[in-house]
Write a protein that binds this ligand. Structure first.
Ligand code: FE2
Length: 248
């Protein structure tokens, strides 16, 4: 049986970044999430420390709007706060000052890099985050050229540092180029993947909520237990429902 899914990377909050462009679009994304059996969403608008101000007021308001809509329409979705944080030299300080959110109030942070980040910079950034007490989840790990060219580095960072990997549902569904597909197969074969998430930006056409399809693909290829393991949110919320209360 498919467990309730948890989407930990989703640009659902309206009016903050390049995600949902209106309240209506956010509502449509929430309805879609509920249809697909998503029971928890960590809303992760882009945060770019030192580049653009993270608008806390808009973020808080949009979170409230999303929660109110779920309650009103009886959508069985819990919404948590978070951010997809571009790593800059100010990221650790902004996190320490509470100017940008961690994942659902935990020590986990969803961190992204430029696709052409150098391996040394990536390694150094993850090390800095760990030294500052955070647990980095690398957002869409299939997107960085320095790892695509040298997949063995995935093992290196994982085992040497102890970080977590997120892959987008669209990359699991295999709509991507051969290079990404080959890379994602490796992560799966090596059992290095921690979570799948939608990274959804839109209610329709492109970059949509597509978690159920990814779950079904994983189930078909690797079995139901593994599909659940990558989609049930236990990394942040623990294996049982009771644990969710501690999360925020
Ligand atoms: Fe994203």
């Amino acid at each position: 049986m498919m467990q309730k899914l948890t989407d930990m990377h989703c640009h659902i909050l309206h009016g903050i970044d390049d995600g949902a462009q209106s309240m209506e679009e956010m509502y449509a994304m929430l309805r879609k999430a509920a249809e697909q059996g998503i029971g928890r969403i960590v809303a992760t608008p882009h945060a770019t420390p030192g580049i653009e101000r993270f608008n806390r007021e808009k973020y808080d308001r949009a979170l409230e709007d999303a929660r109110a809509y779920c309650a009103e329409k009886r959508l069985d979705i819990e919404i948590f706060g978070g951010a997809e944080i571009l790593y800059t030299d100010q990221t650790c300080r902004f996190l320490e000052d509470g100017r940008i959110p961690t994942m659902a109030g935990t020590d986990y942070v969803l961190v992204e890099f430029s696709p052409d980040v150098r391996y040394g910079s990536l390694h150094g950034a993850l090390t800095n985050l760990l030294h500052s007490g955070y647990l980095p989840i690398v957002a869409h790990v299939e997107r960085y050229n320095c790892l695509l060219k040298h997949p063995a580095r995935l093992n290196e960072i994982k085992h040497e540092l102890g970080v977590y990997y997120q892959v987008n549902c669209s990359s699991i569904i295999r709509g991507h180029d051969m290079r990404t597909r080959h890379f994602v197969n490796k992560i799966l074969d090596w059992d290095l993947l921690d979570i799948i998430s939608t990274d959804a930006h839109r209610a329709a056409s492109v970059r949509v909520i597509n978690m159920r399809e990814a779950w079904l693909t994983l189930k078909h290829e690797f079995g139901e237990d593994y599909a659940n393991e990558l989609a049930d949110g236990h990394l942040l919320f623990g294996a049982n429902e009771e644990n969710t209360e501690d999360a925020e």
